[in-house]
Design a binder for this molecule. Structure first.
Ligand code: FE2
Length: 455
């Protein structure tokens, strides 16, 4: 009798586990590049075939998106990545979708929207996610149309055999099942298995390389480009091929975008490691591995010359756990006059890496670089408003100050304006100390006093 009861209990437990294992979790949506489509990715812990049924809200499920399923193993745990693409969507329309009896919804943007808002941040953890509640609250209230996460996701996606990544995505599921979640990898996405967790957990627009590391999409007046700085940061781990594969793609993408300004007058890039910063933590922006991203090294091409050649308008960066806004800057030449953000003569860059990291507040050098326009090391996140073809607004929301706006600025440019090489050469730039020692040399780290003296 007792054996029977025990077996029954075990059977119920097994059934329960299998049932739980097939329940979709970590459900999130993202753009495919075609705005009549929406990708949805979810996870199960058991092998199961699942599709997505969807239809206009109030009309019931009228379509089915076939789900693909792929097993992947990390830390001894087998997970099943599922992906489906909802197609044939109408603009400005609410849709309901269902995966294995779990119900979600989202709303499509208008056709070629000329104005919209984007939530931009980097460096947000499952633990110490200081901005999480605020971002979810504002997202569910409809305060932005999609999210750009500038790398360093969950701290880390792979921690505790990937269970921190699972928990993070489940916490955000109410928001990111409803609002597209566009990501790019940071240094914390390297899981010692060539970014496996990052590759398997997300979906981005196709770049022709079956790779989530870089991609672009057009939305209204903006051509958005996600760039991996980690191909540079981890080149000693994974070699030069990822650097050059991305660079070749990026050169083509930016060149094409630059010739397509009539349709999309702005080019926005987003990436993890910055070109410039004035934080004191290990002199990050002067350290060898981070300078590679901007300047390149030997045969390795850096990104800044390409951004200048193709007249990139905006660059959003994370990695530094703070907020910093820069004046238009080109290879250390800068324009800091009061009208610098009107028809900028060089790209405008912004660090928004203070969403909620695993370390305390980031400290700044006593004196900023001359091209640094504003700094704030409160926890927080940014909201970018694409107002129209000529006006862009950025606001920085402080969590420490009860969601007060601590920075607010506009970038304005005339139709057809592009910063020119001739203008860049007009300013000789500022003295910029070079970090010559190798990045693996810990003696390379400089003290705050040394950095301030150099400034
Ligand atoms: Fe980072």
């Amino acid at each position: 009798m007792s054996i029977h009861i025990t077996l029954t209990v075990i059977s119920l437990l097994v059934t329960k586990c299998i049932s739980e294992g097939t329940t979709p979790d970590q459900v999130h949506i993202s753009f495919t590049g075609d705005m009549t489509e929406m990708a949805v990715v979810w996870n199960t812990f058991s092998e199961v075939s699942q599709d997505v049924t969807y239809g206009k809200t109030g009309s019931g499920a009228t379509s089915t998106a076939k789900g693909s399923s792929e097993a992947w193993v990390f830390g001894g745990i087998t997970r099943y990545r599922h992906k489906a693409i909802m197609t044939g969507l109408e603009y400005s329309t609410e849709y309901d979708y269902t995966i294995a009896s779990r119900k979600f919804s989202f709303k499509t943007l208008s056709n070629d929207p000329q104005s919209y808002k984007v939530c931009v941040f980097g460096d947000l953890g499952y633990w110490h996610g200081n901005s999480t509640e605020s971002i979810i609250k504002h997202g569910l209230a409809g305060d932005f149309d999609f999210i750009v996460h500038l790398g360093d996701i969950a701290y880390d996606l792979h921690t505790n055999n990937g269970q921190v990544g699972d928990s993070y995505l489940n916490v955000f599921e109410p928001l990111i099942s409803k609002v597209p979640y566009m990501v790019i990898a940071g240094n914390h996405e390297d899981d010692y298995q060539n970014f496996t967790n990052y590759q398997k957990r997300f979906s981005v627009p196709d770049n022709g390389h079956n790779d989530n590391q870089f991609y672009s999409f057009d939305l209204g007046p903006v051509h958005w480009v996600g760039v991996s700085t980690e191909t540079y940061g981890y080149y000693y781990e994974y070699g030069m091929d990822p650097v050059m594969t991305q660079y070749d793609w990026l050169k083509r993408d930016l060149t094409t975008a630059n010739s397509n300004r009539a349709a999309h007058p702005w080019i926005f890039t987003f990436q993890h490691r910055p070109f410039y910063c004035s934080n004191v933590n290990s002199a990050e922006c002067q350290s060898f591995e981070n300078r590679l991203v901007r300047t390149g090294w030997l045969d390795m091409p850096g990104l800044e010359p390409l951004f200048l050649q193709t007249s990139v308008d905006f660059g959003f960066w994370g990695h530094e756990h703070s907020y910093e806004r820069f004046y238009p800057v080109a290879d250390r030449a800068y324009w800091n006059d009061p009208n610098a953000y009107i028809n900028p003569k060089a790209p405008v860059y912004l660090i928004s890496g203070s969403a909620g990291c695993h370390t305390p507040d980031a400290l700044f050098t006593d004196k900023p670089w001359p091209w640094s326009a504003a700094r704030n090391n409160d926890y927080g996140w940014s909201i970018v408003t694409v107002a129209n073809r000529t006006h862009i607004r950025v606001e920085q929301i402080s969590i420490d100050k009860n969601e007060q706006t601590v920075d607010d600025f506009w970038v304005i440019k005339d139709e057809g304006h592009m910063h020119s090489g001739e203008m860049r050469r007009a300013n000789p730039g500022a003295k910029f100390p070079l970090q010559k020692c190798h990045f693996k040399d810990v003696a390379c780290k400089r003290s705050l006093k040394e950095i301030n003296e150099e400034l």
